[in-house]
Design a protein around this ligand. Structure first.
Ligand code: C5P
Length: 225
């Protein structure tokens, strides 16, 4: 049997949107489907890794053999990610984390009182989960390889390189638009310190397998499939 490219690695993947509560029955979210992250978790598992998938609210089945942790808010995703990353050797952030959350979530449902007054809402910024994990001691020491995603609409390459540096990750993967939310295919641009690799338009399943092979090559320095 051929050796698998991620045998012995522990991979953590974040996927899907987050949900930021306004009150017990309302919240703010986005249209991320989680498909890319779930496909990556599946491909990493098939490549022999031990995989933890931290999923925001999505309607997708858990890939076989993958340990799934369901979360809702960015703060909960961050706790799960920081904790899981302590044991991991590879961290892949595909989640579309909400940039802001309501400063306070009301304890009870906010009622329409008939006066025509609308609620005023203050927001606070959410933590950048990827940047935090990528700047953790184990990541800085090279024991945890971090991969980020970016959805850029212009100056893709330059913006992706800048984001790679800002986040502190060795590899940044840019979605080669148009908007891929919910779609089954995509095209990717991999940006690292050596330059740019394009993965042409294909199914998310195929792209996930190619991306896992690219990550394995960078982590293990080999070409085993
Ligand atoms: O800054 P931007 O949202 O464009 O960065 C996208 C990358 O950062 C993705 O990998 C995403 O999962 C990650 N991210 C995160 N926490 C945030 C915002 C983005 O982990 N609060």
């Amino acid at each position: 049997l051929a050796p698998k490219s991620l045998e012995g690695e522990r991979v953590v993947v974040t996927a899907g949107p987050t949900f930021e509560a306004i009150d017990p029955v309302r919240g703010i979210t986005n249209l991320s489907s989680g498909k890319m992250g779930f496909a990556i978790a599946r491909a990493a598992r098939e490549a022999g890794a031990d995989v933890t998938l931290i999923a925001g609210p999505v309607h997708l089945p858990t890939p076989r053999g993958v340990q799934r942790i369901n979360v809702d808010s960015a703060l909960n995703m961050r706790s799960a990610a920081v904790q899981s990353a302590q044991e991991a050797s590879i961290f892949i952030a595909t989640a579309a984390v909400a940039d802001w959350r309501p400063a306070v979530a009301a304890e009870h449902k906010i009622k329409k009182d008939g006066s025509g007054q609308v609620p005023q809402m203050a927001f606070v910024e959410n933590p950048d989960i990827l940047a935090e994990v990528a700047h953790s001691p184990r990541a800085v020491a090279g024991e945890l390889y971090c991969v980020g995603f970016a959805a850029e609409s212009e100056n893709l390459q330059a913006n992706a390189q800048a984001k790679r540096v800002r986040k502190g990750v060795p590899l940044l993967v840019a979605n080669l638009g148009p908007a891929t939310f919910g779609k089954d295919d995509n095209a990717l641009l991999l940006v690292d310190d050596e330059g740019v690799t394009e993965l042409p338009r294909a199914s998310k399943r195929s792209l996930a397998q190619q991306l896992v092979a690219e990550i394995a090559r960078r982590v293990k320095g080999t070409d085993v499939k």
